[in-house]
Design a binder for this molecule. Structure first.
Ligand code: F6P
Length: 367
């Protein structure tokens, strides 16, 4: 009997609970034992109560819950071989044969590394007498699979990551609220949104709320270039009768290594050049909390079902899989290639090589 464990890792995202629920229930449905690892990789390293068998009814009501009910944490110990050796020992003691990780690119890379190192870890545990020959024989191979949970929608090889549409919905609602007060006072608002190095949330929210101007890291420009253009666009909107002004700034544009934007600089320009009464609002973690929207519940559930299939059909010769969605179909892709592509896109953006970005967009994906 296979024992499948699931953990969430990295920043929480709405839909992670739906993913965990689907994985647990599919595993049980397929006559496997299901386990949860609490607090991400640190739970794996700490062992004991952090690794628990879980049953069908334990996840009642998890489908819509925001955050992650099994916890998540950043874990330095797992980055060291010693930590991974302890994690391997804990998993073998709990009888776990497969691991599904819901997280961002860093978390999934960690899972792949763990899988690649597994044979040498179990050999060391056997040689040092920490596991028996029986345990060694039973745990020859670790099956892993990744599902991508992140509000940033920043992973290549999948069209959408779990949580990004919930976050987008939250941002749009918050901007709707701001719109009402902005409109009343004819004010301008500069709104900072999350997304790490990726401008997807800002761009989508800008289109969905009819923002006047959007700053994203994928399109960096110098203040001398954007300042005049922004003022021209906003003046035109005001002339056409708009009583409010919304400028969205992706946090990645603020952190941009090329042309960092400051919300206060944007504000100062709106005040000084256009005479607009302007406020800055940072939406913050409200973007990450709250229940999952219908699409994230669906995506996380379908991907959970596929992830269990992927680990049950995995073998030592096939690369670690990642479950994603492409053109409305749930797909299985090569996890390492997906992470590599994500990094290449980020590098090309940093190098301002947008032809390369477009070329990478057309990469043929492998399973
Ligand atoms: O990756 C999700 C995310 O919310 C990013 O958008 C943001 O940059 C980061 O996490 C914030 O991290 P923390 O919650 O650790 O401050």
């Amino acid at each position: 009997q296979q024992c499948i464990a699931v953990m969430t890792s990295g920043g929480d995202a709405p839909g992670m609970n739906a993913n965990v629920r689907a994985i647990i229930r599919t595993a049980i449905h397929k006559n496997c034992k299901a386990y949860v690892i609490h607090e991400g990789y640190s739970g794996l390293v700490n062992g004991g109560d952090f690794i628990k068998e879980i049953h069908w009814s334990d996840v009642n009501g998890w489908l819509s819950d925001g955050g992650t009910n099994i916890g998540t944490a950043r874990c330095m110990e797992f980055k060291e071989r010693e930590g991974r050796l302890t994690a391997c020992h804990n998993m073998i003691n709990a009888g776990i044969t497969a691991l599904i990780v819901c997280g961002g690119d860093g978390s999934l890379t960690g899972a792949d590394l763990f899988r690649a190192e597994w044979p040498s870890l179990i050999k060391e545990l056997l040689d040092t007498g920490k596991i028996t020959q029986d345990q060694f024989d039973k745990h020859q191979f670790l099956n892993i699979c990744g599902t991508v949970g992140s509000i940033d929608n920043d992973m290549s090889s999948t069209d959408v990551t779990i949580g990004s549409y919930s976050s987008l919905d939250r941002i749009c609602k918050a901007i709707d609220y701001i719109d009402a007060t902005a409109n009343s006072h004819q004010r301008a608002f500069v709104i900072e949104v999350m997304g790490r190095h990726c401008g997807w949330l800002a761009l989508m929210a800008g289109i969905a709320t009819s923002a006047d101007y959007i700053f994203i890291p994928e399109s960096p420009s110098k203040q001398s270039e954007w300042s005049e253009h922004m003022c021209k666009v906003i003046s035109k909107h005001r002339e056409r009768g708009k009583r409010k002004t919304i400028v969205i700034v992706a946090e990645g544009a603020i952190d941009s290594s090329l042309n960092p934007i400051s919300c206060n600089d944007v504000k100062d320009i709106l005040v000084e050049k256009l005479g607009l009464d302007t406020r800055v609002t940072t939406l913050g973690h409200v973007q990450r909390g709250g229940p999952a929207v219908a699409f994230d519940r669906y995506l996380a559930t379908m991907q959970g079902v596929y992830a269990v299939d992927a680990v049950l059909n995995g073998n030592p010769d096939t690369p670690s899989p990642m479950i994603g969605i492409s053109e409305n179909k749930i797909i299985k892709r090569n996890l390492v290639d997906a992470v590599k592509l994500t990094k290449s896109v980020a590098e090309a953006i940093n190098a301002k090589d947008f032809d390369k970005v477009m070329e990478l967009r057309d990469t043929e994906f492998s399973e």
